[in-house]
Design a protein around this ligand. Structure first.
Ligand SMILES: [Ca+2]
Ligand SMILES: [Ca+2]
Ligand SMILES: [Ca+2]
Length: 504
């Protein structure tokens, strides 16, 4: 019965999440017969179970029976049933002529050898593969590489979790983004439409919309799922807060700060950044200050997970740069084989590597298969962070960053140092299997029916779990006070207020 409940829980997650009561069918508590289903064979019925909750389901004209422990199959069972396994502990019994599914059950329900019997229910299965009707989803190789569907088995993301995308123009009317957009802002022009403007980043003087960067990043984070359109982002159920920061030409520092202020005002759970300064400069102090506020003050003090791309200059990141901030999750890019991309920046402050998600949304309602750079890796992590906060909304930003780093998989292609770090891969490659293992230790991963409430209580088990993870990986914990919540300014004042910024 417990197994059946598990199956039913998987089938009807909304109904089944309330309690762990078994489905109480027996001869004394029969389902209601809704009608016969002769189209499904002799004795088939449509049944409605009233207890412990309403479930309406078809049954073939047969029963499935389990024997009590240690009881030999009685001869009359052998005569009319078929064992479902070599152990002969479970049996399938077809209805006699003129009987229906319930008649068979009634005959066997009171038998002293029988532990449980149920009609042979036609329970609609939910496949492990998430059914997706997005036509370009099969081309999104990085979801297959990472096993993202295992996350979506649990949740597509919660619309109460806003993920801010700070980028170039973001096409808020894109058919694969529009339904998820809230609170759009253009920090570059200080208006409320962050869509790319004609002529931006066209490079050939054309006065049409050319810029795909913003839509591409936003799509990787949160393109809608199952809308019959395009692709699927990592957190397709999260809300997207598009913030345009980059336009044609240099932007001013005040717009960088205003972008983060808007993210804070929007209650952003995650702030995704696939941009950086062209020159290696210390992070301007007012920007550092607003990023620290975002990382610690949003969500009632839990903070936003601030993600930055490592950058694409194939150089070492200085410790005082934007993407090197303690409060920032710095993401390098790998290819589909786990090799580092040729351009990805490196250094002691790289936290994590993720695949460069090349297939994504583009401008003018279109799609691209040639997006790239660390710009395409950071939003992978941002989307996953949005997913984490969808299922575990009480985690702090520091805890989410630490969780992602602790569950990252050291690259087998290089040697990580004794603390588990490598200048290119950081603490390793994003590992969604390990992430699920950390969040759902009892179920070992994706299961819509883990625990009675659907989501295992995470926080109480985490310290022990991390001790385990740490032993296994031979590296130090990244915990509160372990360097992830630094309050000292790593930057120097007096930075240029009008730095140019780069994409890709
Ligand atoms: Ca605008
Ligand atoms: Ca879609
Ligand atoms: Ca960092």
């Amino acid at each position: 019965m417990a197994a059946l409940f598990a199956v039913l829980s998987a089938l009807f997650p909304l109904v089944a999440s309330a309690s762990a009561t078994t489905l109480a069918w027996n001869a004394a508590n029969e389902p209601v017969v809704v009608g016969a289903r002769p189209d499904l064979g002799p004795g088939a019925l449509r049944l409605r179970f009233e207890s412990p909750r309403k479930v309406e389901v078809d049954a073939l004209g047969a029963a499935v029976l389990a024997l009590r422990p240690g009881v030999e199959p009685p001869p009359e069972l052998r005569a009319e049933g078929t064992a479902l396994g070599s152990s002969e502990r479970t049996w399938w019994i077809p209805a006699h002529p003129g009987e229906d599914a319930l008649d068979v059950c009634r005959r066997w329900a009171g038998h002293p050898a029988v532990a449980s019997v149920l009609p042979d229910l036609l329970l609609p299965r939910r496949p492990y593969d998430v059914a997706l009707d997005d036509p370009r989803y099969p081309g999104q190789w990085y979801h297959e590489l990472l096993g993202t569907e295992a996350l979506w088995e649990i949740s597509f993301g919660d619309p109460t979790v806003p993920v801010a995308v700070v980028d170039s123009g973001i096409e808020i009317a894109h058919p694969d983004l529009a339904a998820g957009i809230a609170d759009p802002y253009d920090a570059y022009a200080d208006d409320d439409d962050p869509s790319p403007d004609p002529g931006e980043f066209c490079f050939d003087g054309a006065e049409v919309v050319c810029d795909e960067h913003g839509p591409a990043v936003a799509g990787i984070v949160g393109a809608r799922a199952n809308n019959g359109e395009g692709i699927v982002g990592f957190c397709p159920g999260c809300t997207l807060v598009p913030i345009k920061l980059l336009g044609e030409g240099a932007g001013a520092l005040h717009s960088d700060v205003a972008a983060f202020e808007h993210a804070i005002d929007s209650g952003a759970a995650v702030i995704s950044n696939s941009w950086g300064y062209v020159e290696s400069i210390p992070v301007p102090a007012p920007l550092a200050a607003v990023i620290r506020r975002a990382a610690s003050e949003t969500r009632g003090g839990l903070g936003s997970v601030v993600v930055f791309a490592a950058g694409n200059d194939d150089r070492v990141i200085e410790d005082d740069e934007l993407q090197a901030m303690d409060e920032v999750l710095c993401v390098g890019a790998t290819d589909r084989y786990g090799n580092p991309t040729a351009y990805t920046n490196e250094g002691a402050t790289v936290d994590l590597a993720a695949p460069s998600a090349t297939v994504t949304t583009s401008h003018s309602g279109g799609y691209t298969e040639t997006f790239g750079g660390t710009s395409a890796a950071a939003p992978v992590v941002s989307g996953v962070a949005g997913w984490i906060l969808s299922v575990e909304p009480d985690l702090t930003a520091t805890e989410v960053r630490a969780l992602l780093m602790e569950t990252a998989r050291p690259s087998p292609l290089v040697t990580h140092d004794e603390s588990g770090h490598h200048p290119v891969y950081g603490y390793g490659e994003l590992d969604l299997d390990a992430l699920l293992e950390a969040l759902y230790p009892e179920t070992g991963g994706a299961c819509a029916c883990s625990g009675a409430g659907g989501v295992a209580p995470f926080w109480p088990v985490l310290p022990a779990l991390w001790a385990l993870v740490t032993r296994r990986r031979g590296r130090s914990l990244w915990w509160h006070g372990g360097g992830a919540t630094g309050g000292d300014s790593p930057c120097t004042p007096g930075d240029p207020a009008d730095s140019t910024r780069a994409m890709r």
